[in-house]
Unconditional design. Sequence first.
Length: 115
Amino acid sequence: MSKALSTILFLAILTTSLFAEEPKNIKLLKGMSYDEIKLFMKQVSTGLGVKCQECHNTKNFSSDEKEDKKIALEMMKMVQGLNANVFNYKDAPKITCYTCHAGNKKTTNEPPKKQ
Ligand code: HEC
Ligand code: HEC
């Protein structure tokens, strides 16, 4: 390999490893890559019909300053628990935020009133 080429290769590897984003405050989603976390977060946002800033200070995604992020973490634990302990029968679907929230932050907790 030429010296110039190996220098370019070295710099390329250096920059990708220096700027690769790493999650810094993960309590539940351990073992997921940054890209996998972002993909999951998109699914969560769609499930609730909200944008990232509902739960995050988008200048610092690691921060726990928003109340909704704390609630969401408990909801994520609940969903993981339900999928592991309840939806574990043959051909059971895996539930998501959307199962209950259906694209709304507030759920429909009561049946519609009879006319
Ligand atoms: C309903 C709340 C909610 C929404 C909406 C949401 N997130 Fe999150 N996000 C969380 C929670 C809770 C965690 C922490 C998960 C954990 O601790 O395992 C988290 C963690 C993250 C992290 C890891 C941060 C770190 O350094 O630890 C990133 C990055 C992230 N979210 C990006 C996004 C993006 C991008 C969006 C929008 C597409 C988004 N999130 C929408 C609740 C939310
Ligand atoms: C088994 C049903 C169920 C599932 C699944 C579920 N939630 Fe919830 N969630 C609720 C109910 C019920 C409420 C109370 C809603 C209300 O106040 O109308 C709620 C409330 C919330 C709130 C507070 C909303 C507010 O402002 O009052 C957040 C944030 C939230 N859920 C996030 C999530 C996330 C993120 C997921 C997926 C990881 C999720 N939920 C999955 C049932 C569920």
